[in-house]
Design a protein around this ligand. Structure first.
Ligand SMILES: Cc1cc2nc3c(=O)[nH]c(=O)nc-3n(C[C@H](O)[C@H](O)[C@H](O)COP(=O)(O)OP(=O)(O)OC[C@H]3O[C@@H](n4cnc5c(N)ncnc54)[C@H](O)[C@@H]3O)c2cc1C
Ligand code: SF4
Length: 333
């Protein structure tokens, strides 16, 4: 059994105390939300962290609010995944979020896990998510501070896979996020949060945390997320596709967005695929075939998670076709 390394833990009770804890800490610290990923990673000695700052008591960050007049949905970073599946605010505005959450891990994990932790999830790799003694059998790779990639020999940088399920769907819904730090808060598109780099997946600075997720026109769009995994519970995606388009579009894809997942080091928007669908009927097989080909072409899987790259690429196309077939059959959730 792997043991946790020693660390100090700070438990701020509100956002002011959180700010002081973050700015006052000279140690190498990590934000702890639900801990469902972080604690495993600490046991594997993936981080040189000597202290954790727990968000658990910062209740101000746990809310889900839908304003019908402005059609705005706001979710605090500490909202738990289970809460997202049970929230009337989500069901009334963007039910695809609840459906996507239900594909993440399993109920006991979703009870602890938070949306903030999901959006800030570290990238994954078969050669990285291992114990320290296992990793010592291979040369130290880029993500661990070395100069090689064990998964793709010859690669110039880390290509660990981005495997969080909510970001592609939220990007397809044009979600914004608020990042809070010692210098104040800033709001950006979630799409701009990700670097596409396996080594450092997002742009958060040391003194910053993710505080809020916002959908500005929550009910305006229909959206879906489908993932490929080996088992129907627990497993991270090996490929995923999110699709959104304007609601009430009479059986057509109007202003579609396609975002693919788990086939690169960040969620990837594929405007070439969306273009092929724009204005086309859900049942237009030629358009769906060319969109699926464009989505597959954008996928860049390598052999570092539990399925072959060519198969995961193929699944990207198949998931998009499956979604179109479900829309024709009228089962979108
Ligand atoms: C068996 C198993 C199966 C899983 N399956 C899936 C899956 O299918 N799909 C999926 O998407 N995930 C999966 N996960 C990963 C994880 O459970 C979820 O992604 C979860 O949402 C992470 O949230 P958390 O609150 O537990 O994050 P934590 O583990 O607490 O944190 C994760 C990372 O985010 C950072 N962080 C957390 N909150 C913030 C914040 N507000 N601001 C800045 N940084 C922050 C932490 O410092 C850490 O680096 C699985 C995990 C396990 C153990
Ligand atoms: S992709 Fe390469 S560099 Fe990145 S974690 Fe895996 S082996 Fe290491």
């Amino acid at each position: 059994m792997l043991k946790l390394p020693p660390f100090a833990i700070l438990r701020p009770r509100n956002r002011d105390e959180l700010k002081s804890a973050m700015t006052g800490s000279e140690d190498e610290f990590k934000i702890l939300a639900g801990g469902t990923d972080l604690i495993n990673n600490l046991k594997k000695r993936l981080y040189f962290t000597t202290s954790l700052i727990s968000l658990k008591r910062v209740e101000e960050l746990n809310y889900i609010i839908y304003d019908q007049n402005s059609d705005q949905l706001k979710i605090g970073a500490l909202a738990h995944l289970t809460e997202l599946t049970e929230s009337p605010a989500i069901m009334n505005s963007a039910p695809a979020i609840a459906a996507a959450v239900k594909t993440i891990a399993a109920p006991p994990i979703r009870n602890r896990a938070t949306i903030g932790g999901n959006l800030c999830l570290d990238t994954r790799c078969y050669y990285y998510n291992q114990s320290k003694s296992w990793r010592q059998l291979a040369p130290t790779c880029y993500k661990c501070g070395g100069g090689v990639c064990n998964a793709a020999p010859g690669a110039k940088k880390c290509q660990a896979v981005f495997s969080a399920d909510l970001p592609p769907l939220l990007i397809a819904l044009e979600a914004e996020i608020t990042i809070t730090g010692s210098a104040g808060s800033r709001t950006i598109l979630l799409a701009d949060f990700y670097t596409g780099s396996g080594g450092r997946p997002n742009i958060l600075q040391k003194d910053e945390y993710l505080s809020e997720i916002t959908l500005n026109q929550a009910r305006k769009r229909t959206s879906l997320y489908r993932k490929f995994r080996l088992r129907k519970a627990l497993d991270f995606p090996l490929a995923g596709v999110a699709l959104s388009f304007d609601k009430n579009s009479s059986g057509k894809f109007i202003n579609p967005k396609v975002v693919i997942n788990a086939v690169a080091s960040g969620p990837l928007s594929v405007p070439e695929a969306a273009e092929k669908l724009n204005g086309k009927e859900f049942s237009d097989q030629a358009a769906i075939q060319t969109a699926a080909a464009a989505a597959m072409a954008a996928a860049r899987p390598i052999a570092n998670v539990g399925s072959k790259p060519f198969y995961r690429k193929k699944m990207i196309g198949l998931l998009l076709k499956k979604m179109a077939a479900e829309l024709v059959a009228g089962q979108e959730a």
